[in-house]
Write a protein that binds this ligand. Structure first.
Ligand code: S3P
Ligand code: PEP
Length: 421
């Protein structure tokens, strides 16, 4: 087991908000200035796509300038748009591309080419889009011939911010109001940012509606830290005995903060300090101290608010007293990897009692973990989750493909090192 983790870190900028800042900045009039932009590979893919459509983006490190050209200012790209490993890029951009006066093809790496795109093809087609999966398998590569779009009401079968956002972004160009309803409310960064850029958005219960604007207007954006990245240090701070960590400037939007509620329910010592609003998004510093956890049940409406954190929550549950049940989380199977199968397999290999179910996991806590060979499947959340499991295990696991952390948290291992000294 590792020494206690002590000190403070500022986790990198929020990935979801960073993507959206490039997209809306590109479609706005004027120069959008983004501070604390996440320099992760996924967000760089989004920058690459908009540069390929003629938008000058100056990436100066933590500050990015996007010289927007208005809602109709994108140009036909000369090549296939490469979305890399980023589901957010493919799905959100498809909403925008569906309404352009040109045709495009977009694709990404081998993981992206397996992820379901029928979920955006259906609502965008309902709006009049001409969008197909080139191989006819419901996945990327996609071909989109821009069309005139119609306002619609889409009742989404999944709680997915990527589906909701694709439809709302297409709704920027529709001939009337576009509304999306989802079974549970997913992250609302698109709605908040569209509103800030001057679009008329209303949200009521589980529905979000957009009235097409004349223009969007450039903004100054300060991106809060990503709670999905803070999650690994929250868990490590709770689990490694004697630890005390201050995680600075973390986004705590209620559509993203499920992990805080779950860990607090499990008995964790977490305190929110200096609550504030950061470019329309709630943020705070988070103080976490180590302590014992007990089991919990995670299901229903809280799932979309912690969907990317379930792998690290599963790790924490291995050290909680009692049986933790995660259900209603079948979405985890269609992320960068099948995160239910990969977590259950890896944690079991380390000696934990984890049962994979159709839509989640059953984790009986309390068994000691030992080292094992873990294949990250090039999934950043898997690599970081097993790194934290390794802090608590007897012998460091051999995690294959750890460099994939650069997707969402390039300095993850440096930050861990800093807190371990
Ligand atoms: O909209 C977003 O930025 C995201 C939404 C979620 O995906 P789904 O919309 O597929 O649930 C999440 O898993 C992903 O990491 C980022
Ligand atoms: C699922 C994720 O991202 P995306 O869907 O954008 O690939 C993630 O970051 O965990």
């Amino acid at each position: 087991m590792t020494r206690p983790l002590k000190g403070e870190i500022t986790v990198p900028g929020d990935k979801s908000i960073s993507h959206r800042s490039i997209m809306l900045g590109a479609l706005a009039r004027g120069t959008t200035r983004v501070k604390n932009f996440l320099q992760g590979a996924d967000c760089l893919s989004t920058i690459g796509c908009f540069r390929a459509m003629g938008i000058p983006v100056e990436n100066r490190g933590t500050e990015v300038l996007i010289h927007g050209n208005g809602l109709r200012g994108l140009k036909a790209p000369k090549r296939i748009l490469d979305c890399g490993n980023s589901g957010t890029t493919v799905r959100l951009i498809s909403g925008i591309l569906s309404a352009q006066a040109f045709s495009t093809e977009l694709t990404g790496d081998s993981s992206i080419q397996k992820r379901p795109m029928a979920r955006i093809i259906a609502p965008l087609s309902q709006m009049g889009a001409d969008i197909i999966s080139i191989r006819g398998n419901g996945c990327a590569p996609l071909r989109i011939h821009g069309q005139e779009l119609h306002g619609t009401h889409y009742n989404s079968p999944v709680a997915s911010a990527q589906v909701k956002s694709a439809v709302l972004l297409a709704g920027l160009y529709a001939d009337g109001v576009t509304q999306v309803t989802e079974p549970f409310v997913s992250r609302n960064h698109t709605e908040l940012m569209l509103q800030a850029f001057g679009a008329h958005i209303t949200t009521e219960n589980k529905a979000a509606s957009i009235t097409p604007p004349e223009e969007l207007y450039a903004q100054e954006i300060l991106v809060p830290g990503d709670i999905s990245s803070a999650a690994y240090f929250l868990a490590a701070g709770i689990l490694v005995p004697g630890s005390e960590l201050l995680l600075k400037n973390v986004g705590i939007n209620p559509t993203r903060d499920g992990i805080l509620r779950v860990f607090q329910n499990m008995g964790a010592d977490i305190t929110l300090l200096n609550p504030r609003v950061c470019s329309g998004e709630p943020a705070a510093d988070i103080l976490v101290k180590s302590g014992a956890l007990h089991s919990t049940v995670i299901e229903g409406g809280i799932i979309p608010t912690l969907i990317d954190e379930l792998p690290i929550i599963a790790v924490a549950a291995c050290f909680a007293e009692g049986t933790t049940v995660i259900r209603d989380a079948a979405e985890l199977k269609v992320k960068e990897s099948n995160r239910i199968a990969v977590m259950a397999e890896g944690l079991s290999a380390m000696g934990a009692d984890v049962e994979e179910t159709e839509d989640g996991m059953v984790i009986r806590g309390g068994l000691p973990l030992h080292s094992a060979v873990i294949d990250s499947r090039q999934d950043h959340r898997i690599a970081m989750s097993f790194t934290v499991a390794g802090l608590m295990s007897d012998g460091i696991p051999d995690i294959k493909g750890q460099d994939c952390v650069s997707i969402s948290y390039p300095a993850f291992y440096e930050d861990l090192e800093k807190l371990s000294n």
